[in-house]
Write a protein that binds this ligand. Structure first.
Ligand SMILES: C[S@@+](CC[C@H](N)C(=O)[O-])C[C@H]1O[C@@H](n2cnc3c(N)ncnc32)[C@H](O)[C@@H]1O
Ligand SMILES: Nc1nc2[nH]cc(C(=O)O)c2c(=O)[nH]1
Ligand code: SF4
Ligand SMILES: [Mg+2]
Length: 245
């Protein structure tokens, strides 16, 4: 990884179109731009290859133009949904890419934990805020989170997405959602994974995911939390923790 200029985007991988596996856009053909680098270290992060500096040698500093050309190549010029993920994509200068894509009919979603706000959040079509529950080992800075919402200025469709492993995570999601009663909520069972792999047979704890999925459905129903939507990570059910799908 060479030095990154301030207008360059640090990219871990660009892949797709595949289906969006999570949350509000589930099932929709999507190109993913996964940026490298994160201000968090979630204990169960399923994308450590875009977080840990030991993977830096795989990351590339790319111009907006080069990222755009790769999106166009992968999508064969068809205006698809583009998901900006990571790592924390809020670290990167994505504003020009979003403008470039919009002029060509593409749409942009951002996945972020809500720790870093950018002015270009207001240019997004979909903002997925995914604050991290206790099992992650991270502490949520709600002030920083609120700045993210302010930056979005009500323009993108904005949703909350929570990973839930246990009761404490569920309680956290419930309380966090209550702070923002106008935001749609998506709950997804946590997935205990080994390190990411190119191996198509890379094992995942599918039984554990399904067990937590059943538990999460029961919890929301018993609790009368009828606004919450419960969804598994569809791509994990289909491909496990394989990279680039
Ligand atoms: C890898 S993160 C990258 C974007 C951003 N850093 C974030 O966390 O929102 C993308 C999504 O995957 C979720 N995720 C990460 N590890 C997971 C796991 N082990 N099980 C379920 N979801 C996970 C995150 O909570 C987030 O919603
Ligand atoms: N198919 C698919 N859907 C996803 N939704 C969120 C992802 C992510 O890692 O950000 C992801 C991913 O990596 N692949
Ligand atoms: S915030 Fe997202 S990318 Fe960063 S460590 Fe947590 S799950 Fe992984
Ligand atoms: Mg993922």
């Amino acid at each position: 990884m060479t030095n990154v200029r301030s207008d360059e985007i640090r990219v871990s991988e660009i892949f797709g179109p595949t289906i969006q596996g999570e949350g509000v856009l589930i099932g929709l053909p999507t190109v993913f731009v996964r940026s490298g680098g994160c201000d968090y270290r979630c204990s169960w992060c399923d994308s450590l290859h875009a977080v840990e500096s030991s993977y830096r040698h795989e990351w590339h500093a790319m111009s907006t133009e080069a990222v755009w050309q790769e999106i166009v190549r992968l999508s064969r010029g068809e205006a698809v949904m583009v998901s900006l993920s990571g790592g924390n994509p809020a670290i990167q200068p994505f504003g020009d890419l979003i403008g470039r894509g919009h002029r060509n009919g593409y749409r942009f979603a951002l996945e972020t934990q809500g720790s870093i706000a950018r002015e270009w959040f207001a240019e997004l079509d979909v903002l997925v805020l995914s604050p991290k529950p206790p099992s992650s080992g991270m502490e949520t800075d709600w002030q920083a989170f609120d700045v993210c919402l302010r930056m979005a200025a009500g323009k993108p469709q904005t949703v909350l997405k929570f990973v839930v492993f246990d009761e404490a995570d569920y309680a956290y999601a419930r309380a966090a959602a209550a702070r923002h009663p106008h935001l749609p909520v998506y709950l997804q069972p946590g997935n205990h994974t080994p390190p990411p792999s190119d191996d198509k047979d890379a094992p995942i704890d599918l039984e554990g995911v399904m067990e937590r999925m059943r538990w999460l459905v029961d919890a929301t129903i018993e609790d009368g939390w009828f606004e919450a939507r419960v969804l598994p990570q569809l791509h994990v059910l289909i491909w496990g923790n394989k990279r680039g799908v």
